[in-house]
Design a protein around this ligand. Structure first.
Ligand SMILES: Cc1cc2nc3c(=O)[nH]c(=O)nc-3n(C[C@H](O)[C@H](O)[C@H](O)COP(=O)(O)OP(=O)(O)OC[C@H]3O[C@@H](n4cnc5c(N)ncnc54)[C@H](O)[C@@H]3O)c2cc1C
Length: 466
């Protein structure tokens, strides 16, 4: 059913390669028909990437996308905190950036909705530096947001869990597996080999020469560590917070939206559902699941959390009815929802990120988050430079850690607590380059204003002529 990660798309080569290697098929996300937008109090149907809006809004949006892509390209993927203008972009939220750089309400609403859906957080809590890193890491804005030729292009037959299950089936006899055992404590034993003792919740203990902690950063910080993680690493891991989502699936008997010429895609600047998309698929028994999936994200997810289930459902169905202008919305046969922030082993989604100011404040030590702690290694999508926040990033991070362990199979030295930085001495802290103490970029140069005026005049002339 895919309550979690669903799509793979353009540039996610390792995911496609794994699907091929393990004989797992993919299919294209259905997208035939028009999309619906509900922005700035209006409803409209449209084809293409950018929802319909005023001419000024269209120009503004096109320029905003170019601007975001251009800034994103300046962000160093390995050390975003050392990028040109890093300090400035980390000092403003995405909301402030939008307010300063975007002129029209249409464009503001569109960008706000896109960022909120990408993060499951409000733009007011996201560092602009973190946002531009995400854009660069996922190639560009269009690829991040698009279905066809974008990150939402394909789905895995049988759901995304088919892939890890296929990998497990091939490897299950080649290794000892312990599944369903939460880890509460990790201890690095004070012996010569620096063996790692892992304490399961069942009371069982496991000893290893090397240990990979492949959980979101904030959850790594919640594990009990002996010796204690150094303060800098702990402060970074624990401040990496994920957003909120109620991912909801609505099952129907027919694709009634297709009969209306609609693709199922709805983008909205108000809750409860910021994004709706067709979730239909073939089931393993050959039957077809027909339905829509809705993303209730950020403050909308927080707002509905404590409402009774029936009330949550009612609000969502009202939203679907309004979006598709159809009472068919209420003919839903089944409803499923997953609140990821309430999930003990996720505590939010889609990925953790650092709030404004934290990356550059810790610039000299930011890399500690992903460096080994003695014989303990850290892997997670958050630590990937490419497609960070996505399944692709998780796979790449896993490969990077595996390579590191294979390169250096001998024990790592004991993680002593350093006097100067409160970090392991032997990690050779990455040297900070000269931080660019950048100034705020100009929001509207004369060139853009002139271009805008010329474009509006051109459009008005063309409209008048036709
Ligand atoms: C609703 C939703 C939609 C998403 N959509 C997409 C999408 O369409 N495409 C995409 O590419 N990505 C998507 N993502 C993001 C994607 O799921 C993540 O990027 C990816 O799963 C990260 O992998 P990971 O291995 O780093 O961490 P996780 O997938 O979080 O894996 C960590 C594992 O560790 C376990 N764990 C946690 N704590 C402990 C503990 N103490 N002891 C033992 N085990 C523990 C967890 O149960 C989990 O199995 C989505 C995520 C969500 C939540």
């Amino acid at each position: 059913m895919d309550f979690g990660a669903t799509w793979i798309g353009v540039g996610q080569d390792e995911m496609y390669a794994l699907c091929k290697e393990y004989n797992v098929s993919t299919f294209a996300q259905p997208e035939e028909g028009k999309s619906v937008q509900m922005l700035c109090g209006t409803r409209g149907e449209y084809s293409g990437f950018i929802p319909p809006m005023s001419y000024l809004g269209l120009i503004d949006t096109e320029l905003a996308i170019r601007k975001c892509d251009a800034i994103a390209q300046t962000i160093d993927l390995k050390e975003p905190w050392n990028s040109e203008m890093a300090e400035y972009y980390d000092s403003v939220t995405v909301e402030q950036f939008i307010d300063q750089q975007i002129w029209t309400q249409d464009c503001k609403a569109t960008l706000t909705m896109a960022v909120k859906t990408l993060y499951c957080k409000e733009p007011s809590e996201i560092s602009a530096l973190s946002f531009f890193f995400l854009v660069h890491s996922g190639t560009n804005m269009k690829i991040l947001c698009e279905i066809k030729e974008g990150a939402q292009q394909d789905r895995i037959v049988g759901g995304s869990s088919t892939l890890p299950k296929a990998i497990y089936n091939q490897l299950k006899d080649k290794a000892k597996w312990v599944l369903g055992e939460p880890v509460d404590k990790i201890q690095i034993l004070p012996n010569e080999e620096q063996l790692v003792q892992v304490y399961g919740r069942s009371g069982k203990q496991y000893t290893a020469r090397k240990c990979v902690v492949a959980v979101p950063p904030a959850l790594a910080a919640r594990i009990q560590w002996d010796p204690l993680l150094d303060a800098t690493r702990d402060s970074l891991l624990s401040r990496s917070s994920a957003g909120s989502i109620h991912k909801c699936i609505f099952r129907y008997k027919t694709k009634w939206w297709v009969a209306k010429g609609l693709s199922g895609v709805v983008v909205s600047d108000h809750g409860p559902l910021s994004y709706i998309v067709d979730h239909s698929m073939k089931l393993p028994d050959g039957s077809e699941f027909i339905g829509l999936v809705g993303f209730c994200v950020g403050k909308d997810s927080i707002e509905i959390r404590n409402l009774p289930l029936e009330e949550r459902k009612k609000r969502m169905l009202q939203h679907i009815e309004k979006a598709f202008e159809s009472k068919e919305a209420w003919n839903m046969t089944e409803f499923y929802e997953h609140d990821w922030a309430s999930e003990e082993f996720s505590r939010g989604c889609y990925m953790g990120n650092l709030p404004p100011g934290i990356m550059t404040q810790h610039a000299e030590h930011c890399d500690y988050m992903r460096l080994p702690w003695g014989n303990v290694y850290f892997a997670a999508t958050e630590f990937s430079t490419i497609w960070s926040g996505y399944m692709e990033g998780a796979v790449r991070s896993g490969y990077a850690v595996a390579q590191e362990i294979l390169k250096k199979p001998q024990p790592n030295p004991l993680p002593l607590i350093g006097k100067e930085f409160g970090c392991p001495l032997e990690l050779n802290p990455p040297k900070v380059k000269n931080l660019k103490r950048a100034k705020k970029p100009s929001s509207s140069s004369g060139f853009w204003v002139a271009l805008l005026v010329a474009a509006v005049a051109g459009l008005a002339y063309w409209k008048y002529q036709s």
